[in-house]
Ligand binder design. Structure first.
Ligand code: SAH
Ligand code: SF4
Ligand code: F3S
Length: 476
């Protein structure tokens, strides 16, 4: 393949963490062709948009972004525009007819063909659609060597697709059936990442709890036990867990594994059994409450977050009240809440009794307000405690977020094992700045609580105190 010494690329990613991971794979492929990352989209010779179809809004975002690329292409006809991800999979050919300036549409299983397609387009100026679903999404071993040292926390996709067919959801239709990667490949990727400085991995799947079961390879809990052994790695997270498949074996990992963070994202979607049934979620409100009790008795400090959909077709005020009472009862650490959005390939789009937009909007607001009070209360309870933070970089938080903070240096940011965002500065204004750098574990005393983050100060002389074996940081 010709090496392109000066060509540059830009990847625009929307959607979930899996898309973030996939975009990294796309970058690996095109960098191996000689493309370099562009400083800005209008300086690029190749623009890839990695898309999301989960709600109508996400899809609209794709088409408005692509629309804005048309004048760029007129000014720079050599520009190659490629559309990948879930909207590409869903729309295929239709993207080419709707967007005459797009050169390539490649689906969720076609990432490994990306370089070859780009090469063909460069030489033959042909338009290509590749939306075959042949399982090629994760069969290749990704090039983990591209791990950037400045990003100590990385995603690792352990499975593709979904077999659950929740009635509102587009994912099984655009990502295909569930399939798990071989544990040895996953372990190899994580070892390479850890070796190049990565300290935390988040294992990704639409439902990690059913990892490996179909293939009879190994259970998710067994995989976690193996990942826990990786030298140099300090923290393990995973997402997403489906409540129906959360095993006792997995719950035990929260007490047994030193590197497993005390946080679980466990989407419930609704607190009404009637709605859960019509969503095809296969658990009840009581099952969910029961799981939360088991998790908390195994790991008392575990943080629990969840996803909710309001305004599912047929959702009555009483159903919504059931959701609110579940939220009050569980006392979650945080939530993502969405207004139900019709997806044409999902059966709920044909369910009667659609909920009006104003009602959806009002329910969403009430739900978010209810959670906000709970989150604030939980955050306030952390003031005065010491928390272990993995330093991820400089904070974007502004002085306005915390006007009393002495601003000798830009504030750092990182997360607690419970996934709470903490900002802190490395000096107290009176003495030399303490040695903090990206990728270190530091102990912070929490001093102030906000609704989305916490502010704190390093615990003196306890910097870089590791929580687990295998600390490879270079603290002196
Ligand atoms: N596999 C994960 C989540 C996938 S999508 C799981 O099972 O939980 C992320 C979230 O988007 C879902 O949890 C759900 O809350 C929301 N979502 C999915 N489809 C939606 C739709 N049609 N309308 C609104 N929200 C939706
Ligand atoms: Fe969608 Fe349900 Fe699969 Fe999650 S488990 S991806 S919500 S079908
Ligand atoms: Fe969106 Fe596809 Fe993820 S639809 S949420 S990018 S799996």
């Amino acid at each position: 393949m010709n090496q392109l010494m000066t060509a540059s690329y830009h990847i625009e990613t929307i959607g979930c963490q899996m898309n973030v991971y996939d975009s990294e794979r796309m970058a690996d492929h095109i960098e191996s062709m000689g493309y370099q990352r562009a400083n800005a989209v209008d300086a690029a010779d190749l623009v890839i948009m990695n898309t999301c179809a989960i709600r109508e809004k996400a899809e609209q975002k794709v088409f408005s972004y692509l629309g804005r690329l048309a004048p760029l292409k007129r000014r720079h006809p050599e520009l190659i525009i490629a559309v990948g991800g879930c909207v590409a999979q869903q729309e295929g050919e239709r993207i080419l007819s709707r967007m005459p300036h797009v050169d390539l549409v490649f689906g969720t299983h076609a990432i490994r063909n990306l370089a070859q397609h780009i090469e063909t387009i460069r030489h033959k100026r042909r338009r290509i659609v590749d939306v075959a679903m042949d399982g090629g999404a994760i069969l290749e071993a990704p090039n983990a060597a591209s791990a950037a040292l400045e990003r100590p926390s990385r995603f690792v996709t352990i499975m593709q697709g979904c077999d659950n067919y929740c009635t509102y959801c587009v994912v099984p239709h655009v990502r295909g059936p569930e399939a798990s990667r071989h544990p040895d490949d996953i372990l190899e990727e994580i070892r390479t990442l850890a070796h190049s400085g990565v300290r935390e991995v988040t294992l990704l799947g639409q439902n990690v709890n059913s990892y490996g079961l179909k293939e009879g390879m190994c259970s998710f809990a067994e995989l976690l036990r193996r990942v826990d052994q990786v030298d140099g790695l300090q923290r393990i997270r995973f997402t997403t867990s489906h409540p129906k498949d959360l095993s006792d074996e997995l719950i035990r990992c929260f007490s047994d594994l030193g590197k497993l963070c005390g946080h679980i994202h466990l989407p419930v979607q609704s607190g009404s059994d009637r709605t859960l049934k019509r969503m095809n979620r296969k658990y009840t409100r009581k099952d969910y409450l029961n799981i939360i009790n088991r998790l908390r008795s195994t790991r008392p400090d575990i943080a629990v977050t969840s996803d909710f959909i309001v305004g599912f077709p047929g959702e009555t005020e009483a159903d919504f009240q059931d959701t609110l009472s579940l939220v009050e009862r569980v006392q979650l650490d945080g939530m993502f809440a969405f207004k139900y959005s019709d997806r044409p390939s999902a059966p709920a789009s044909r369910f009667p009794e659609k909920i009006s937009e104003p009602v959806k909007k009002q329910r969403l607001q009430v739900l978010l307000d209810t959670q906000e009070l709970i989150t604030r209360k939980k955050h306030a309870a952390l003031v005065g405690t010491r928390q272990e933070i993995l330093v991820e970089g400089f904070s974007k938080a502004t002085v306005a977020d915390n006007p009393t903070e002495p601003r000798t240096t830009p504030p750092w940011t990182g997360r607690t094992p419970q996934n709470k965002i903490v900002h802190f500065s490395d000096g107290n204004g009176n003495g030399p700045a303490l040695a903090i750098s990206v990728g270190k574990l530091v102990w912070i005393t929490i001093e102030r609580a906000f609704s989305h983050s916490l502010w704190g100060r390093p615990v003196e002389r306890e910097l870089d105190m590791p929580s687990a074996k295998g600390d490879h940081s270079d603290a002196s």
